[in-house]
Design a protein around this ligand. Structure first.
Ligand code: ADP
Ligand code: MG
Length: 418
């Protein structure tokens, strides 16, 4: 009999692993925040309990596969939160009671000790290094298995042989250690992934630093020149002096703005939420790119109504400057750039259409990938990275339609109100 039970125990262990793994994939895909992660872990563990109860436990006798629930509760406490373990325990008890009231009682008696022990040790457990975690998990499993075994034999007179008991303890302890090993690995791979994202971001930032130092150097050189002029020539008329100082200050402002943009990209979290009036902001953007448009013989049309969205003004500008610059740069032989905005339900669609060189499917799919640029040394491949980040931080979305040699239309949806 015990062999069957060991078998179902192991199958159930796999079910837990599969549920947790699905949960992990889901988290990786959705890039969810911490709290959602815990909810997802709870759902995964509860799901594995449900499968266990529905398909494996029908008789009160199959106590071993019942104890898979203990492991789920322990893991819920140690790798989730105290509430996760407690909720799992309650779920376990309710489900057992539904099968048979006696089984509910049995569950409370056997699963409460592991819950309490792990709740008690949780604070220590989450701080200690991995090796000690195994020792602690071993102790938790040992104590819990002895308790539940005594209960099974004493109260429910299962009459296990010594061999049965030892096998049971081994499976219980091995099961928990296996789960701990698995959870630790998941934790490590999640941490690695986070590190990779951080290094990618840092790389993007350092790449940006190269192009920005170039742009910052120009106004600084100009400022230096004017200051040297002021220093070397004492006979300058006061009017001229004032003029030089004004130019120097405005050049320094320009350098400051570039650095500000660079920092904005390095730290894309929304710190200063304000109401942005998009019509005036987009007109400002057009002012900024006017010289570039004139140089490329690009005619700009703007039909944007007054509309309000939430976000950071300079990030909003940075986003649209990048989009409009790309549009202009795609029209080296001149063309028309149309900026339009159309309020829709709960937000606004802002479209930027150009009659430029367009993109093929592969290029469209690579938009927003750091360093993807078809402009050779002139491109940074970071403009669209910033665009995607900023739109995401404003809870908006981006759609792209493009045809090679015909042109491109970007549609940016942003939530807001008229
Ligand atoms: P960069 O402009 O420095 O090349 P971006 O991230 O701004 O980098 O853009 C990445 C690439 O996307 C560009 O090199 C270009 O190939 C393509 N792209 C973006 N916008 C357009 C557009 N409006 N028309 C054609 N290609 C575009
Ligand atoms: Mg660009």
């Amino acid at each position: 009999m015990i062999n069957d039970l060991v078998e179902s125990f192991i199958i159930n262990l796999f079910i837990i692993l599969i549920c947790v793994q699905i949960n992990y994939f889901w988290q990786v895909k959705r890039e969810t925040d911490e709290n959602n992660n815990y909810l997802a872990l709870f759902i995964a563990l509860a799901g594995s309990l449900l499968i266990n109860r529905l398909f494996f436990v029908s008789e009160i006798n199959s106590s071993l596969s019942l104890h898979i629930g203990d492991l789920v509760v322990i893991i819920g406490v140690l790798y989730g939160r105290a509430w996760i373990g407690t909720m799992l325990f309650i779920l376990l008890t309710v489900m057992s009671t539904l099968i048979h009231p006696l089984q509910g009682l049995y569950t409370i008696m056997t699963s409460l000790p592991p819950l309490l022990i792990s709740l008690y040790l949780r604070k220590i457990y989450i701080k200690i290094p991995i090796k000690k975690k195994y020792t602690q998990a071993f102790l938790i499993a040992l104590i819990s298995s002895i308790i539940s075994m005594s209960l099974a034999n004493g109260l429910f007179s299962n009459r296990w042989t010594w061999l049965d008991s030892i096998l049971y303890m081994l499976v219980y302890i091995g099961g928990l250690l296996g789960l701990v090993y698995y959870m630790e690995n998941l934790k490590r791979s999640r941490m690695l992934k986070r590190e990779i994202i951080n290094t990618e971001k840092l790389q993007a930032v350092s790449h940006l630093a190269a192009s920005i130092s170039h742009e910052v150097r120009n106004p600084l050189t100009a400022t230096k020149g004017f200051l040297q002029l002021l220093k070397s020539d004492d006979n300058l008329p006061a009017e001229k002096k004032q003029q030089f100082i004004d130019i120097a200050i405005s050049e320094l402002n320009r350098a400051e703005n570039i650095i500000n943009d660079y920092l904005a990209f390095a730290k894309p979290s929304m710190e200063l939420q304000e109401t942005i009036e998009i019509q005036s902001e987009i007109l400002k953007v057009i002012e900024i790119v006017k010289p570039l448009a004139n140089m490329n013989a690009v005619f700009i049309q703007c039909h944007v109504p007054v509309f309000y969205v939430n976000g950071e003004k300079h990030l909003f500008q940075q986003c649209f400057v990048n989009l409009v610059k790309n549009a202009i740069e795609s029209m080296q032989e001149g063309g028309v750039l149309i900026l339009k905005a159309e309020p829709i339900k709960k937000g606004i669609n802002i479209t930027i259409s150009d009659t430029g060189i367009g993109m093929n499917d592969e290029q469209i799919s690579r938009l927003g990938e750091p360093y993807f640029s078809t402009k050779g040394v002139k491109g940074t491949g970071l403009g669209m990275v910033a665009v995607y980040r900023i739109v995401k931080s404003m809870h908006g979305s981006i759609r792209v339609k493009s045809k090679p040699k015909e042109g491109t239309t970007f549609t940016i949806y942003l939530p807001g109100h008229p």
